[in-house]
Design a protein around this ligand. Structure first.
Ligand SMILES: Cc1cc2nc3c(=O)[nH]c(=O)nc-3n(C[C@H](O)[C@H](O)[C@H](O)COP(=O)(O)OP(=O)(O)OC[C@H]3O[C@@H](n4cnc5c(N)ncnc54)[C@H](O)[C@@H]3O)c2cc1C
Length: 437
């Protein structure tokens, strides 16, 4: 199987997740990216099959992965996948906590592993120095580089191309990735044991959707900022929980909007959500050693209500359990167990919504004879709400023309956005049942 076949069966069919793994594993460096982050041939393909065999875009055998990684059967109805323990946690160093997107736990654990010499570096996501509003994969080998790459990058980042550097480096590394990337890395274990043996642990991020690569650029343009003046772009800049923020070359720092960041992100996901994400059935990085997400203390009562600015972590493997245990014993992190009955309703709602909507999309596409990824389990019947969402996707797709989507962003960045945001927050308080758990 050559890259040409990957192109025909996955990329042309709209199934590529843009994880970057094919570029990262190609032994003859024959692949690169186009501007949208899709892989393309830049050299001579030898037909070695590495790219096809690791690709999570067209085929992920969830039942086989569950048996191999955890020794359990895959349950498509399980919202979280196999989890041994859930925690709410943060790093002991308050500067690291501040540097992170939610509680800075991912960064804190990477720094801990580096200091303990258990890893020689980590595959993370950073910003492109040439185009500071574009993301890219980074191999961070120093504490400074790990901290510089902290916080979430909410646009497609094919960061697994960095595996090329791992192949040529000595030592062991942590890899941070989205659910699709973690699935590909699990496939890699069967394909290239030499390369995968260099990976010490897999850190997955919860992910309900990702944005197209042009989203930050257009948001900056809508705000009337010249792209040439941009020195730095942050998806979660400024005070926690953070907003899209530009630092200009003259030092001026500009927040692109002042309203609730979740409202804006929800609008952005409708206008710029990567279409392949709508076919993904893994919300919580189900095959990572540890998976991480936002913890919102204001949804809770009691001691958990005091744990604002923390990271929620799902511990899935023994590797993950030992790492957390050692980091706690050494005082590097502070951990609070989250009993099952107090699981985050917000996260479970997110996972349920993502899975249900993906099932509806998969069934609909299959009915229309469009290509769908093979997940090796029978797709369950989606809820009627998820089916209704199919119509909403069609509606949102009508809003995705460049002029209309920029116009809608402009409204949300203006005072009118504040009014819509206020009403939306009220609606959530009244109708979304995740507060007070
Ligand atoms: C696209 C996306 C969607 C998400 N959706 C949700 C959600 O719906 N609900 C939820 O609870 N949490 C979601 N998260 C996770 C959340 O934003 C935080 O990343 C998580 O809570 C960890 O926080 P932290 O402070 O511990 O991480 P930090 O200490 O800030 O470290 C984050 C690490 O992740 C790396 N990283 C950032 N972006 C990417 C990326 N795109 N690809 C690969 N690596 C990356 C960084 O380089 C850094 O090493 C999402 C993250 C992303 C990137």
């Amino acid at each position: 199987m050559s890259f040409e076949q990957l192109d025909q069966h996955v990329i042309v069919q709209g199934l590529c997740v843009r994880c970057g793994l094919c570029v990262g594993v190609c032994p003859v460096l024959a692949l690169g990216f186009n501007d949208d982050g899709y892989p393309q041939l830049i050299g001579k393909c030898t037909g070695c099959e590495f790219c096809n065999s690791c690709c999570p875009g067209g085929d992920v055998d969830f039942p086989a992965l569950s048996r191999r990684v955890y020794g359990v059967d895959y349950d498509p109805l399980s919202l979280q996948g196999y989890v041994e323990n859930m925690y709410v946690a943060y790093p002991g160093d308050s500067a690291v906590r501040e540097a992170g997107a939610s509680g800075g736990l991912v960064t804190g654990l990477l720094l801990y592993l580096l200091a303990k010499k258990k890893i020689d570096g980590a595959v993370v996501a950073g910003m492109d120095p040439e185009k500071p509003y574009c993301t890219k994969g980074v191999l961070a080998t120093t504490a400074e580089e790990i901290i510089a790459a902290a916080r979430s990058k909410y646009s497609v980042t094919p960061s697994m191309d960095v595996l090329q550097l791992l192949r040529r480096s000595k030592g062991r590394f942590a890899v941070v990735g989205l659910p699709c990337q973690i699935q590909g890395l699990r496939k890699l274990e069967k394909v290239d044991s030499g390369l995968s043996a260099k990976i010490y642990c897999l850190f997955g991020l919860y992910c309900h959707c990702n944005l197209e690569r042009n989203a930050p650029k257009e948001a900056i343009e809508v705000k009337g900022i010249d792209l040439a003046d941009v020195a730095r772009f942050d998806f979660r800049g400024g005070a926690w929980p953070g907003r899209f923020q530009v630092t200009k070359k003259d030092g001026a720092v500009i927040s692109l909007y002042s309203i609730n960041p979740t409202t804006v992100l929800n609008v952005l996901f409708r206008l710029y959500g990567a279409k392949r994400c709508f076919l993904c059935v893994d919300a919580l990085a189900e095959y990572a050693d540890l998976s991480f997400g936002d913890f919102w203390a204001h949804d809770y009562t009691g001691i958990l209500a005091e744990m604002e600015r923390c990271t929620l972590v799902s511990q899935r493997t023994q590797t993950g359990a030992s790492l957390l245990q050692e980091a706690v014993a050494d005082g590097a992190i502070i951990l609070q167990r989250l009993p099952e009955e107090r699981a985050s309703k917000r996260i479970l709602n997110m996972a349920r919504g993502k899975k249900q909507k993906a099932w509806a999309q998969l069934i609909s596409r299959a009915g229309d004879n469009e290509a769908i990824p093979r997940y090796h389990f029978d797709i369950p019947e989606p809820s009627s709400k998820a089916k209704r969402c199919l119509f909403m996707y069609f509606f949102y797709s009508l809003l995705r023309g460049i002029r209309l989507r920029k116009f809608i962003l402009k409204i949300f960045f203006s005072p009118v956005g504040g009014v819509i945001d206020y009403l939306n927050l009220r609606r959530k308080r009244w109708f979304c049942n995740y507060h007070g758990n």
